[in-house]
Design a protein around this ligand. Structure first.
Ligand code: HEM
Length: 403
């Protein structure tokens, strides 16, 4: 081989080796938590996204907790991450919103709107989105309108299901959650819509947990395509509202945001579309996952179902008219139902952990988490801790009984 080519190959080998070394040994002003950064670029993404069919802490996390202790480092989808199952540190981190850490989704928002003018800081946007969600989905709204709307929707859905030979619960729950969320968000009516919004969101959700390889045929590619399509639908809905506001005023989340645009400069049309997409996604994904799990747990635990039915039937017996709509007092009197909900939420950690991004270097147990790294607080480690919950994998709503 001529000398020049040999030099180029040698240079390439040196560069790649140096890059791999840097990848495996990231810069840190202290000692990094133990762990492995996995393969260059893909890190340990594949191991993390292998689905687990147990309610227990994911095998990926469990194995590393046993090997490295309560705090370890890894790399997922090209980003360095510190995973923590240390309850005290997790509690501390979740109190540090806007100070030492910020929400992952704010980090995403920041990227999408980097060049936007008049963009307030992440903390302000966070408060805005949280208040928006609370004012339409919080306790006051539940009491004032959602309880009745939910009852009506559930009765209608269950009556449709009862006419079918069988239903696939996961898909049916996704449809119910999406139709409910989209109705609150922009008065969506599935019967009048020409596209299947549930299918688009289900594909998007599947793609998020797939390997991030953007070539036709992969779940990730489909996820990005469906994301684009839904954003276009949201843009059309927003444009329709903006062009004829009086005819389309529905008192929904979208109307609320459009009204806020009069005083909030950061609510550009693109931002509104992103908020709509994001809010519908978080409500749909968490509700459908929790509902599916509730169905499974109730089907497997007939004694729980029996007590739940007994509670509901006792309420119906007390009514003058059994067909009258549910009242707030009836809803508040469902003690056992609340135990069932608590227990389902305890077992069903809908995300492997809460994700934050370090804004500054953070010290934990003698280690340093460098600024810019993601931190995943594994909440299920506490929810499934046998020292806190006896026989933690058992579905036992009675454990919530206050004695
Ligand atoms: C069973 C149903 C639900 C579960 C289990 C659930 C779970 C969660 C969890 C664990 C978080 C914290 C995420 C984090 O801090 O990283 C969260 C945040 C959030 N959820 Fe839900 N959620 C549910 C329903 C909903 C619904 C119906 C909405 C309505 C829009 C909603 C809107 C939000 C919003 C806006 C946040 C961000 C709040 C903030 O950053 O302060 N969620 N949810």
């Amino acid at each position: 081989m001529p000398t020049l080519e040999l030099c180029v190959v040698a240079l390439l080998v040196i560069c790649i080796t140096h890059w791999i070394y840097k990848w495996k040994n990231p810069k840190c002003n202290g000692i990094l938590p133990p762990g492995s950064m996995g393969l260059p670029l893909i890190g340990e993404t594949i191991q993390l996204i292998i689905p687990s069919y147990s309610l227990d802490v994911s095998p990926f996390i469990k194995k590393r907790l046993q090997r490295y202790g309560l705090v370890f480092r890894t790399s997922v989808a090209g980003r360095p991450v510190v995973v923590s199952a240390d309850p005290e540190f997790n509690h501390f981190i979740l109190q540090q919103e806007g100070k030492l850490v910020e929400s992952w989704y704010l980090d995403l928002f920041a990227k999408v709107f980097k060049q936007g003018e008049n963009r307030p800081d992440g903390g302000y946007i966070h408060k805005y989105v949280r208040n928006l969600a609370l004012s339409h989905f919080g306790a006051e709204s539940l009491k004032a309108k959602l309880l009745l709307q939910l009852e009506e929707m559930i009765n209608k859905t269950i009556s449709t299901w009862s006419n079918q030979e069988s239903i696939e619960v996961k898909r049916a729950a996704a449809e119910m959650a999406l139709n409910f969320g989209a109705k609150q968000m922009f008065s969506y009516d599935p019967e009048k819509s020409s596209i299947d919004l549930t299918e688009k969101y289900v594909n998007f959700s599947k793609g998020l947990l797939s390997f991030p390889l953007n070539i036709p045929g992969t779940a990730y590619h489909k996820c990005l395509e469906d994301h684009k399509k839904v954003l276009n639908i949201m843009r059309d809905i927003l444009n329709e509202r903006l062009t004829s506001p009086d005819e389309t005023n529905q008192g929904d989340v979208l109307d609320h945001i459009i009204e806020d645009r009069k005083v909030e400069n950061f609510l550009t049309e693109e931002f509104v579309v992103q908020i709509m997409f994001g809010l519908l996604f978080v409500s749909f994904d968490s509700l459908s996952a929790t509902l599916t799990l509730a169905f499974k747990l109730l089907a497997e635990n007939p004694m729980v179902l029996e007590e739940l039915n007994a509670e509901h039937e006792a309420i119906l017996r007390k009514r003058a008219n059994p067909n009258s709509p549910i009242t707030w007092e009836e809803y508040k009197s469902m003690t056992f139902t609340l135990y069932v909900i608590n227990e389902t939420l305890r077992l069903g950690s809908v995300t492997p952990g809460l994700i934050r991004r370090a804004r500054k270097d953070i010290q934990v147990n003698g280690y340093t988490i460098p600024a810019g790294w993601a931190i995943m607080a594994v909440t299920s480690a506490l929810q499934l801790n046998p020292d806190v919950f006896e026989d933690p994998l058992a579905f036992n709503p009675w454990r919530w009984k206050v004695v």
